[in-house]
Design a protein around this ligand. Structure first.
Ligand code: ADE
Length: 400
């Protein structure tokens, strides 16, 4: 289990007490037990990573400053670009307003923030928001993901080591197994851990008090969460795809952090082609930076963005090869649909959950695809887009 701790520059409000469970079940000894400052990210040398940002949390082993590529926080490269405070977080106005009020009220009461469920397509900033909340509350954020909480002791170890008011972030929370969920219920509701000691007729239940904490759960599939788990979140918020202006501002902010000279039109072009998703915007910006560096361009223009994104087969609306394959299969194989999700996934060699949670949402948002009770259908706008891309394709077929 990889655990990432967010260090705050501010002094901690709350201090560690002795753990009620022995060292064998401490999470920093279980699994890979890594502790990383997610703001700096491992080995990140960008302009954003100021001196001393990359520090293992107090008491963490020095070699622990690294992160698995599979960590909930994603590759460390992304971490240096994350906003740290609500005021720096661009877009998601309603989410910021709701959480800002909750944080302020909570702080004034001296309590732990109510549990928060964040849902929406990947790459929109759920992990970032969990880290921002911790920063705003002046506490650490411990990050994990449901698949890493396979054994009961994984979740127990995390819970017993939480300090008062700390944030526990569980990514992909819809994938928690039943045992882990049942451990979480009393932990979330009453800050209590119910443990069964012994077996068979000698089995007894013991309750251990936990520090009041905030669970931030993230999921791309809110509907897949069990009702009892969903009901225990006091704040349930959906992250939406970003508006063009917000994406442009995010690209400009990232360009500043990476010390790039980027024309306004170039930022806008990137914003148009990143599927409404900051993570994709930042990834594409890095690819554009490569093309600029190799071509010896000091400034990045809109034309250079176009050239780089064509090379990476990202079309004018931000669709990539997977999106176009889906539309092409629907159009060429099934006359535009309707086609069931399973059939589509089999035809594309994709997992249906990935198709539904990762590929389809942006096509639905653009109005290129419709979900109907009988299956998926390509819309007129989708057809027109595919035709336009085909017409523009070069003999080399970059956009195909
Ligand atoms: N970088 C990635 N997402 C961001 C956001 N929402 N605001 C500011 N910078 C970001």
């Amino acid at each position: 289990m990889a655990i990432i701790s967010s260090g705050s520059d501010r002094p901690r409000q709350h201090r560690a007490g002795p753990s009620p469970i022995g060292p064998a079940s401490r999470p920093d000894r279980a699994g890979s037990g890594r502790l990383v400052d997610p703001v700096a990210g491992p080995g990140e040398g960008s302009a954003a990573a100021g001196p001393g940002l990359l520090q293992p949390a107090a008491g963490a082993p020095a070699e622990a400053a690294g992160a698995d590529a599979s960590d909930a926080a994603g590759p460390g490269r992304e971490d240096s670009l994350r906003p740290r405070r609500l005021a720096d977080y661009i877009g998601q106005g309603e989410l910021k307003q709701v959480l800002g009020i909750a944080v302020e009220a909570t702080r004034s009461r001296g309590e732990a923030l109510d549990h928060v469920l964040l849902h929406g397509p990947p790459g929109l900033g759920k992990t970032t928001m969990a880290l921002v909340l911790a920063e705003e509350l002046g506490v650490r954020c411990r990050i994990t993901s449901a698949p890493a909480l396979e054994r009961p002791r994984d979740i127990v170890g995390l819970l017993v080591n939480l300090q008062p008011h700390e944030v526990l972030f569980i990514d992909e929370i819809h994938r928690l197994n039943r045992v882990a969920e049942e451990i979480l219920y009393p932990a979330m509701e009453d800050f209590r851990l119910d443990l069964t000691v012994g077996k068979g007729t000698t089995a007894r239940t013991r309750s251990l008090p936990l520090a009041p904490f905030t669970l931030v759960g993230a999921t791309t599939r809110a509907g897949a969460l069990s009702a009892p788990l969903r009901d225990r979140f006091g704040l349930i918020q959906r992250l939406e795809f970003y508006q063009l202006g917000d994406l442009q501002a995010i690209v400009e902010r990232t360009a500043g952090l990476l010390a790039l000279q980027l024309d306004t039109a170039a930022a806008l072009e990137l914003a148009r082609r990143c599927r409404g998703t900051p993570r994709i915007a930042n990834r594409l910006l890095r690819r554009v930076r490569d093309v600029a560096a190799v071509g010896g361009h000091g400034r990045i223009s809109a034309e250079l963005v176009d050239q780089a994104l064509r090379l990476h087969r990202v079309d004018a609306r931000g669709l990539d090869a997977s999106d176009r394959r889906l539309l092409a299969l629907l159009l060429e194989g099934y006359g535009g649909g309707p086609v069931g999700l399973e059939t589509l996934a089999a035809g594309l060699g994709e997992d249906p959950t990935t198709l539904e949670g990762v590929v389809e949402p942006y096509l639905l948002q653009l109005g290129f695809l419709q979900r109907t009770p009988r299956g998926r259908i390509v819309t007129e706008a989708g057809r027109a887009h595919v035709a336009a891309v085909a017409a523009m394709a070069t003999p080399g077929g970059h956009q195909k």
